[in-house]
Write a protein that binds this ligand. Structure first.
Ligand SMILES: C[S@@+](CC[C@H](N)C(=O)[O-])C[C@H]1O[C@@H](n2cnc3c(N)ncnc32)[C@H](O)[C@@H]1O
Length: 201
C-alpha cells in the first residue's frame, strides 16, 4: 500500500542501493519486500538475537538486513545454492560494514541446517522444501526463538483452491500444519507476501 510505503522508515543506504540493483534483475520478483524486512529486523533487535539463519539469500538483501540488526558479535548463516546471485550482494555487505557477520554457505540448505543453536531463522527459498526447513529449523531454534516464513499467501494462490501446483500445495499444507502445531505460538501477518511468525515454546 502506497500509504505504508510513504511512512515506513528509510532503508539503510546499502539496502536501498542493493534493492534498486536487484529490481533490475531478471529474477527481481524473488527480492524480499522492505516492510517485511523492517518488521523482522525490529524483532531481531528487540529480542537481542545474535545467531540467525537466512534460508534463501538471492542477491543478499535479507541477509544484509539481519546482519545490520544483530550486534557486532552476531552471525547470520546465509544459505543459498547460487554464487551467481549471492555474488551480487557481497559488495553491499562489505560497503555496509557487516560482511564479517555473514557466513555464506553455498550448498542445499537442507545440508546447512544440521547443527548449532539459533535465535532467529528466516525461510525464503524453494517452496516445496519449506516444511523440511521448518522442521530442521525448529530443531536448531532455542526456546523463545523465532522462525519467520515468507510467502504464506503465495501471491494469493494459497487461498485459491483451484491452484494445485506443487509450490502452492506445499505452502498451503505447511500453513495448515503450523495452525495445529503445539510446539509454536504462530501468527500470520499481512506484510510482504504473507509472513508466518512462529515462536518456539
Ligand atoms: C526468494 S529467493 C530469496 C530472496 C532473499 N531472501 C531476499 O531477501 O531477496 C530464493 C533463493 O533460494 C535459493 N534456493 C533455491 N533452492 C535452494 C536450496 N535447495 N537451498 C538453498 N537455497 C536455495 C535460490 O537460489 C534463491 O536465491
Amino acid at each position: 500500500m502506497i500509504y505504508i510505503e510513504e511512512h515506513i522508515s528509510e532503508p539503510h543506504p546499502s539496502m536501498r542501493k542493493l534493492q534498486e540493483l536487484t529490481r533490475a534483475h531478471e529474477r527481481s520478483t524473488m527480492l524480499s519486500f522492505y516492510d517485511g524486512t523492517v518488521l523482522l529486523s525490529n524483532m531481531i533487535k528487540f529480542a537481542g538475537a545474535k545467531k540467525c539463519i537466512d534460508v534463501g539469500v538471492f542477491t543478499g538483501y535479507s541477509s544484509l538486513a539481519w546482519a545490520l540488526s544483530v550486534p557486532e558479535d552476531g552471525i547470520v548463516v546465509a544459505c543459498d545454492i547460487s554464487t551467481e546471485y549471492t555474488d551480487i550482494g557481497k559488495p553491499f555487505w562489505k560497503e555496509a560494514g557487516v560482511d564479517h557477520k555473514i557466513d555464506l554457505r553455498i550448498a542445499p540448505a537442507v545440508d546447512t541446517l544440521q547443527s548449532g543453536t539459533y535465535d532467529f531463522i528466516f525461510i525464503d527459498a524453494d517452496k516445496e522444501s519449506y516444511d523440511t526447513y521448518y522442521e530442521q529449523g525448529l530443531q536448531l531454534l532455542r526456546q523463545g526463538g523465532i522462525i519467520a516464513i515468507d510467502n504464506c499467501f503465495w501471491n494469493g494462490l494459497c487461498m485459491k483452491d483451484s491452484d494445485t501446483s506443487a509450490s502452492t500445495e506445499a505452502l498451503r499444507q505447511l500453513n495448515a500444519k503450523i495452525k495445529k502445531d503445539s510446539r509454536v505460538t504462530a501468527v500470520m501477518v499481512n506484510v510482504a507476501d504473507g509472513t508466518f511468525i512462529c515462536l518456539k515454546k
